[in-house]
Every structure is written in structure tokens, then in C-alpha cells.
Design a protein around this ligand. Structure first.
Ligand SMILES: [Zn+2]
Length: 239
């Protein structure tokens, strides 16, 4: 059953039996179970990552349903992690699923991220992204950050000690963003690319977003890479 489940990806020369074994022995943490998190979690379960953590302190609302494929109208008002756990368990019985019904904070981020091989950031708020970034830089855990705003998306991989980090890019005093417009096709494209970055990292394949920000323009269906230099005055990685 297991071998058959993964046969179409084992057929990829970049994966093969050895790569599949590696994925099954690996772990990933998804921070945020919204639009990006929904597609990300399905991709991680689908590819057979062996242990998958996911955290979110929110409940499902009706305005989530246009893009957050983990949830149905019957889930409105339920805890996201609880509904996601049920749906993912039905989709893929094999991975160890580790839900955490909490928002990420500077207090809980260090103990959370250090237990995983790769961390995927799928939240809007800059302070939460910086807290996770700080913990990942300290623990040496690779981090893939993604963001969407309407028809636009971005993707960036932090390799602690080697590339720029989110602290080189964003300021802790950045003004709070209002709820951004979100459209399912764009959110899913960006989350799928983010899942591919996770696969690249776990399988030790070339990862084009290491230290380079991928900008996706969904209206033009165009991509562009921007190299991000390390900031020697970065409060997190500049020491
Ligand atoms: Zn930095």
C-alpha cells in the first residue's frame, strides 16, 4: 500500500526509493493553518513527510472557505488545528501528525522549531514571522517564508548562517497589515512552490529560493528572482 501510494514520485530520478525513504524519515513544521497552510499540509502529507507539525490558535470562519481547502462549512467555529487534523488523517493515514492549538510567539517558537528538519511559515503577521525566523536562525533550522497579497505572492528560503534572514528584510516595527485580499489560485500556487522548496531542502536538491526572493505575479503569470544580501546590521543574524 505504502509503496503503491508513492510509486509515481519514486519514479522521479530526483526522488527514487532512497529519496522516498528520506522523506518518510524527515519532519516539517507548518506555522499557520490558513490558505497557504492548507495546500502546504496536503502537499507534505501527499509526498510522505514522516512527521508533520502544524500550529494555529484560530478558529475557522466563513471568510476562510474561499481558499482554505482543509475546511468545510461544517467546520466554521471549530478550532483550525482540530479540523485540519481530522481532514489530514483521512487523506494520509501514515504521517505522524502533531497539531498545536496555539499562535506562535517569541516564547514558544524556540522549543517548537528545534524539533523539525524544516519550517514553513504560512502566516501574514510580520511579528510572528520574525519570531519564527529568530528561533530558526538560533537553532540552525532552514525556514521557507511565503506571503500573498491579491494576485501577488513571494517566497524566500532562509539558510541560517549562509543567507539573509527575515530580520534582514523586515522591521519589527512594521505597521500591522489589514486583512489582505486572497484568491485561491494564487494562494495555492505559492503554497505549492513552498512545498517544493521543502522537498528540495529535505532531499538535498538545488533550491532556487535560497537567499533569493521569488516574486510571483499571478495576473501576468510571471516570476522574478531578487537576490537578498545579508544585512550586517540585522538584529537577528548580523552579529
Ligand atoms: Zn538577518
Amino acid at each position: 500500500m505504502l509503496a503503491e501510494r508513492y510509486e509515481r514520485q519514486i519514479a522521479l530520478p530526483e526522488i527514487g526509493e532512497a529519496g522516498q525513504a528520506r522523506l518518510l524519515a524527515s519532519s516539517a513544521l507548518v506555522v499557520g493553518c490558513g490558505g497557504l497552510g492548507s495546500t502546504l499540509l496536503y502537499c507534505l502529507c501527499g509526498m510522505g513527510v514522516g512527521r508533520i507539525g502544524f500550529c494555529d490558535g484560530d478558529v475557522v470562519s466563513a471568510s476562510n472557505l474561499n481558499r482554505q481547502f482543509l475546511y468545510t462549512p461544517a467546520d466554521v467555529g471549530r478550532k483550525k488545528t482540530e479540523a485540519a487534523h481530522k481532514r489530514l488523517r483521512a487523506f494520509a493515514p501514515e504521517p505522524t501528525l502533531e497539531p498545536l492549538d496555539a499562535f506562535v510567539t517569541p516564547d514558544n517558537a524556540p522549543s517548537l522549531v528545534s524539533r523539525y528538519d524544516v519550517v514553513l511559515l504560512a502566516v501574514d503577521a510580520i511579528p510572528a514571522r520574525l519570531a519564527v525566523n529568530h528561533a530558526c536562525v538560533e537553532a540552525g533550522v532552514p525556514l521557507v517564508d511565503a506571503g500573498v497579497d491579491g494576485f501577488h505572492g513571494s517566497l524566500f528560503t532562509v539558510r541560517p548562517g549562509k543567507t539573509a534572514c527575515l530580520g534582514c528584510l523586515y522591521s519589527a516595527s512594521a505597521p500591522e497589515q489589514p486583512a489582505v485580499p486572497s484568491f485561491a489560485p494564487i494562494v495555492s500556487v505559492v503554497a505549492s512552490l513552498q512545498a517544493q522548496c521543502a522537498a528540495n531542502i529535505l532531499l538535498n536538491l538545488p533550491n532556487p529560493t535560497d537567499g533569493r526572493m521569488l516574486l510571483f505575479d499571478g495576473a501576468a503569470m510571471a516570476t522574478e528572482f531578487v537576490t537578498i544580501a545579508r544585512n550586517p546590521r540585522c538584529p537577528i543574524c548580523g552579529k
